[in-house]
Design a protein around this ligand. Structure first.
Ligand code: NAG
Ligand code: NAG
Ligand code: NAG
Ligand code: NAG
Ligand code: NAG
Ligand code: NAG
Length: 373
């Protein structure tokens, strides 16, 4: 398998032969076979060349002699007909070999049925994303087969460009690709095409996906900070992720803010119009707004709120980042042990109001708190 791997690792060019066979590399031939049940058997004749013009040359597969002569024509109809064919001289030395693989073009499940990778969504098997406009992107997929035996080759292509892809050694379910000629300041004219070739035993499958990098660019989770300003005011601020492109004025992000009352999950829907965030947001119910700013000021409330924030490229139709969240709660009214220790509770004024009992976890801490009280 190592040899196959190194052969495949070299830039791979398909060569279409008689319409139903393709040469993946000099020693790897892929045969298209229609496996629809109850159709007349389709025997695909495939001729293998040893190279040696010696009539004493013989062929073997699975250690069994199967023919003589420098040329061997085999009939490929189903998986048992595929495999590694070796040709030998009189002494039994291996002179050459051809790995014959099968690509099912049709069966009872339809055209080009897939079983090496799992479908991620409708007809999509490969998911690609990038954190920025550097020309580096990552693709991932889900294997349906044993990762130890499967071979995956990834390649990407864009006209007038050069992209190299490397499949992760151990975890064969992702690849990293780098477009060397990519220019982040230029609009993309053509889509990137990603092709994946998967080999599992005698089975060959190919997969592809295409996209503009601008459509897949997804900022990393946004770091958020909160700062108590005293007088029941809190400022929540955030930053551009380090992995996002600079200058930020040229690569601006747009932020979506949700403040949710009595909810623990940022995915909770807030029904409201698409409002621009107002700095004097009333801190009462839940709300939802959009902004280009990087901070918001709130009045504290006695209730627990979660502040949720995500970002996306302001100008492209690309995905939103994951949500980042932070809990907002008036430390003077109710405090959690964690807050207590990080001095978010203003001990001098509010210790007696803390709902200490709710969160007491360990006896040592409880003693400590009682002493304070
Ligand atoms: C096919 O056989 C050749 C010769 O023995 C060997 O070098 C190669 O690794 C084999 N390929 C596979 C995929 O088993
Ligand atoms: C395959 O080869 C055999 C003889 O070796 C021939 O009878 C048959 O017609 C060929 N099949 C096709 C589809 O060419
Ligand atoms: C070895 O086999 C391959 C695949 O069938 C063939 O293309 C190549 O010409 C052969 N090598 C030589 C030295 O003939
Ligand atoms: C790509 O290169 C070809 C020639 O190599 C040229 O004709 C074509 O205009 C180029 N396309 C783009 C989008 O630059
Ligand atoms: C840019 O994005 C790529 C792909 O997501 C990532 O590997 C790389 O680390 C990012 N660059 C920086 C500077 O973080
Ligand atoms: C915020 O608190 C101040 C008092 O500290 C109050 O004057 C103001 O009306 C409050 N704002 C809102 C939106 O509730």
């Amino acid at each position: 398998m190592d040899l196959l791997w190194s052969l495949l690792s070299i830039a791979c060019l398909f060569l279409q032969l008689e319409g139903y066979t393709m040469v993946l590399k000099p020693n790897v031939v892929v045969v298209d076979v229609d496996m629809t049940p109850n159709t007349p058997s389709q025997c695909r004749n495939v001729t293998l060349q040893c190279g040696e013009q010696d009539p004493s040359v013989y062929w073997q597969r699975k250690k069994q002699k199967i023919g003589k002569g420098s040329e061997l024509t085999i009939c490929v109809e189903d998986f048992p007909d595929a495999g590694n064919f070796t040709c030998h001289n009189d002494n039994g030395d291996i002179l050459n070999h051809t790995l014959v693989l099968i690509q099912v073009t049709k069966n009872d499940r339809g055209e080009h049925p897939k079983q090496i990778l799992q479908e991620i969504s409708d007809q999509m098997y490969i998911k690609c994303e990038t954190k920025n406009y550097s020309g580096v992107f990552e693709c991932s997929w889900n294997l349906n087969v044993n990762p130890n035996t499967v071979q995956i080759l990834a390649e990407a292509y864009r006209p007038n460009s050069s992209i190299s892809c490397t499949v992760h050694d151990q975890d064969k379910s992702r690849a990293i690709c780098h477009e060397l000629t990519y220019c982040p300041f230029q609009e993309e004219q053509e889509k990137v095409q990603v092709h994946l070739y998967a080999i599992d035993g005698p089975r060959f499958e190919s997969y592809s996906n295409q996209f503009f990098l601008a459509d897949i660019v997804t900022p990393e989770k946004i770091p958020i900070h909160k700062k108590d300003e005293g007088d029941k005011k809190v400022i929540v601020s955030w930053e551009y992720p380090n992995s996002w492109d600079k200058p930020h004025s040229y690569f601006p992000l747009k932020f979506e803010v949700k403040v949710l009352k009595n909810k623990n999950n940022c995915n909770h829907e807030v029904r409201s119009n698409q409002l621009t965030c107002n700095h004097k947001v009333p801190y009462k119910g839940s709300f939802h707004c959009f902004t280009e700013e990087r901070s918001l000021r709130f009045n504290h409330s006695t209730k627990k709120y979660i502040f949720c924030l995500r970002a996306k490229d302001m100008y492209s139709d690309s995905p939103w980042s994951e949500w980042s969240e932070i809990v907002l709660r008036d430390p003077g009214q109710q405090c959690w042990l964690k807050d207590y220790y990080y001095s978010l509770c203003s001990l001098k004024h509010h210790y007696s109001l803390c709902h200490v009992t709710k969160t007491l976890a360990s006896p040592t801490i409880s003693t400590h708190l009682l002493l304070l009280a």
